[in-house]
Ligand binder design. Structure first.
Ligand code: HEC
Ligand code: HEC
Length: 147
């Protein structure tokens, strides 16, 4: 009886290791877009702290322009929006910053407002800091108006 239990236990162990090695082989074949194993941590670029000089062209006409400056110190929450401290129409000239365009002062019914529309409150929902990042996979995208 004891022998039988031992044989059964060995059998179970062999099966477990067998399955385990198949699983680890499969895991080794899985590659991320960066071409590394999913178990290797590749830190994402620290975009809010980056300051890439110059201005990137828009890739298409309707694109929200990329932010050409750091944004890590500018808080946006339910009550505060520090971006408006420079970009709102009422203060932009004083700060030498580009004014929000009219589309930012239209409410959802198309009425013009004097204060920024609620739909445009969370700036970073649409605008991201420009980053000089390599593409993860080859990309053949061409802006719509390249000559
Ligand atoms: C201290 C003032 C200041 C604050 C605060 C500020 N900006 Fe700016 N921003 C500027 C200035 C000045 C420029 C123009 C820089 C240039 O032309 O190189 C600019 C440029 C931009 C542009 C590019 C506009 C275009 O026409 O290409 C965007 C988008 C932008 N900022 C978004 C933001 C967002 C979003 C925040 C908040 C997270 C913010 N800014 C906070 C001063 C500021
Ligand atoms: C829903 C998306 C969206 C949100 C939210 C948004 N923007 Fe924009 N923004 C755009 C688009 C799209 C453009 C370019 C077309 C236009 O002007 O409407 C733009 C243009 C701009 C410009 C350039 C204006 C010009 O005339 O060149 C600035 C500066 C800017 N946004 C700042 C901000 C700031 C600051 C906030 C937050 C208070 C903000 N935006 C919120 C989409 C957005």
């Amino acid at each position: 009886m004891r022998k039988l239990v031992l044989v059964a236990a060995l059998g179970a162990a062999a099966l477990t290791f067998g399955i385990g090695s198949v699983a680890s082989q499969q895991a080794a074949e899985v590659k991320t877009l960066r071409g590394v194993s999913p178990t290797v941590d590749v830190p994402a670029p620290d975009t809010p702290h980056q300051n890439v000089s110059g201005r990137f062209d828009r890739a298409y006409r309707q694109q929200p322009p990329l932010i050409p400056h750091q944004i890590d110190r500018y808080q946006i929450d339910l009550k505060a929006n520090q971006c408006l401290g420079c970009h709102d129409w009422s203060v932009a000239a004083k700060n030498g910053a580009p004014t929000l365009s009219m589309t930012h002062y239209l409410d959802r019914d198309g009425h013009q407002t004097d204060t920024v529309a609620g739909t445009r409150w969370f700036c970073t929902q649409c605008h991201v800091p420009q980053v000089d990042a390599k593409e993860l996979v080859e990309n053949t995208f061409k802006p719509s108006q390249t000559k």
